[in-house]
Design a protein around this ligand. Structure first.
Ligand code: SAM
Length: 282
């Protein structure tokens, strides 16, 4: 097997295939050899597990996942990487690379067709430009998956894993916490990539809840309210929700009072249960 985190070998394979990095596709490939084994282990890639990877790159994480898991299906948007992956992953018979945009592919069908009888996890070094949309798509689609272990920008990791009701929380924190339990696993410095990005990264794990964190009668309304509440962070929840949802202030005020909340409270102070109660009373 080739050493896919060896810079010399990476450069050699990329040059032979005439490959140039695409910044717009978030192509920062891992070159620190200690990261991928650790990530695959902490994601829970074991012999009876199926793994969905997003963005194979030249296959450095794909190979570590396939060494441990039963099967890996890697979704890679850039067709220029396919001949490279054919070469770098040629030792494996449990990897399938699919040339597609993860935001457009039917993942329910993929799981049904490729991972019958297996517990499925997602593990990826996500392209920076589309981190939150991918995570939210994976959670909102209610896929039959156990967990999502991903490398994301450090600041995004802090936001995604913040405690709801704390200063670092945002609308995305509430959305993630509704569907999953989030943990930060470890830090990854910018020097671990080629080319090096301008920011450091973190690996996080989201364990998908069997049942959502709170019971809601109208999910759509809840997420609309949460988005509005956090849109203007320096304003009170009352003002932000009223502006963002186009509702009279009096209506929002009555809902806050009925929910036993201060009328000048900020969204970042509200717990998941308080947000859910407020939505019910709105
Ligand atoms: N896994 C490799 C590694 O760790 O070195 C590559 C990670 S790189 C940060 C992100 C990868 O995602 C790139 O290979 C890029 O082409 C791919 N990618 C970008 N957007 C994508 C999308 N919408 N769907 C699938 N793959 C995508």
């Amino acid at each position: 097997m080739q050493n896919l985190s060896n810079i010399g070998q990476i450069k050699d394979v990329l040059t032979r295939h005439g490959f140039s990095f695409s910044k717009s596709l978030g192509q920062n490939f891992l070159i620190n050899p200690s990261i991928c084994p650790k990530m695959a282990e902490m994601a829970g890639a074991t012999e009876d597990v199926g793994v969905i990877e997003i963005g194979a790159g030249i296959g450095v994480l794909t190979a570590e996942l396939a060494t441990r898991a039963k099967k890996v299906v890697s979704i890679e948007i850039d067709s220029r990487l396919l001949p490279i992956l054919d070469e770098t992953l040629s030792d494996f018979d449990n990897i399938e690379v699919i040339n597609a945009d993860v935001m457009k592919i039917d993942l329910h069908k993929l799981i049904e067709e490729k991972f019958s009888g297996m517990n499925v996890i997602v593990c990826a070094n996500l392209p920076y430009y589309i981190t939150s949309p991918i995570i939210m798509m994976l959670l909102e689609s209610r896929l039959n998956i156990e967990s999502i272990t991903v490398m994301v920008q450090s600041e995004a990791a802090d936001r995604l894993c913040a405690k709801v009701g704390s200063r670092q929380a945002g609308a995305v924190t509430v959305a993630v916490d509704y569907y999953a339990q989030a943990y930060k696993l470890f830090d990854v410095s910018r020097g671990s990539f080629m080319p090096a990005p301008n920011v450091d990264s973190k690996v996080i794990r989201l364990d998908v809840r069997k049942e959502p964190q709170v019971e809601l009668t109208d999910e759509k309304k809840f997420f609309k309210m949460v988005k509005a509440a956090f849109a203007q962070r320096r304003k009170t929840a009352l003002n932000s929700i009223s502006a963002g949802m186009g509702l009279p202030k009096q209506q929002v005020e009555s809902a806050l009072i009925k929910s036993g909340l201060e009328t000048n409270v900020r969204a970042e102070k509200l717990s998941m249960t308080e947000l859910a109660t407020l939505c019910e009373n709105l």
